[in-house]
Unconditional design. Structure first.
Length: 209
């Protein structure tokens, strides 16, 4: 399996981001999450906090989704909504990153954006709601919403955003190379499986060194 670029999509609370970072460390390749946001910010002029939220989570079709952030490049948006302009520029950055060489990219519809590349391993990390609810409370503490409501809110917005820009169903196994339940098999084992698939080529497809 000659896979050099790994995209990690994930349910909120499943540990997908942590798994992605551990895979990148295991393989010794660049990891794009916050760094991707920085690159999009440099290209668009948008605030990184806005990109982190709007670049992956649907804001809904409200008036605010059509307004440019205060420091955004209004003169180059050509009438596009802020969300659509961000999608175009985020897509461009992801394509540029993929051209640089092996890497791990978290979320942001990267699996769809790179769908025409044969060297991509597209992974979806999911887990049962009880596992994820317990995990987000440990990581982020409590809030006014119940853990289950927080999970539904985050994942619902990711699902709408993904569907809007890809015309595909977020989390559907046929859209990914690999779908792993981190709650059942454990995060470390997820890392072993993903990294193992990408390291197979190093030893030859028939087991020769």
């Amino acid at each position: 399996m000659n896979k050099k670029i790994i995209t990690i999509s994930r349910e909120f609370g499943s540990g997908g981001r942590s798994i992605a970072k551990m895979v990148a460390d295991r393989l010794g390749v660049p990891y794009y999450d916050k760094e991707l946001i920085k690159q999009v910010a440099a290209k668009t002029g948008f605030d990184p906090a806005y990109i982190e939220e709007a670049g992956e989570y649907s804001q809904g079709k409200t008036l605010l989704s059509y307004l440019s952030p205060s420091n955004g490049p209004k003169d180059v948006m050509n009438g596009m909504s802020a969300a659509d302009f961000l999608w175009v520029m985020q897509r461009q950055v992801i394509l540029e990153i993929a051209e640089k060489g092996p890497c791990v990219i978290v979320g942001r519809c990267a699996d769809y954006i790179l769908k025409d590349r044969s060297d991509c391993l597209n992974v979806f990390i999911h887990a049962g709601k009880a596992f994820r609810a317990e995990r987000i409370v440990k990581l982020y503490g409590n809030s006014e919403q119940t853990p289950e409501q927080r999970l539904d809110n985050k994942d619902g917005r990711r699902r709408v955003n993904y569907s809007h820009y890809t015309n595909r169903e977020w989390g559907k196994c046929q859209n990914y190379t690999l779908s792993l339940d981190s709650g059942e098999i454990g995060m470390d084992r997820c890392v072993d499986i993903i990294a193992g698939l990408c390291q197979e080529k190093e030893h030859g497809e028939d087991g020769e060194q």
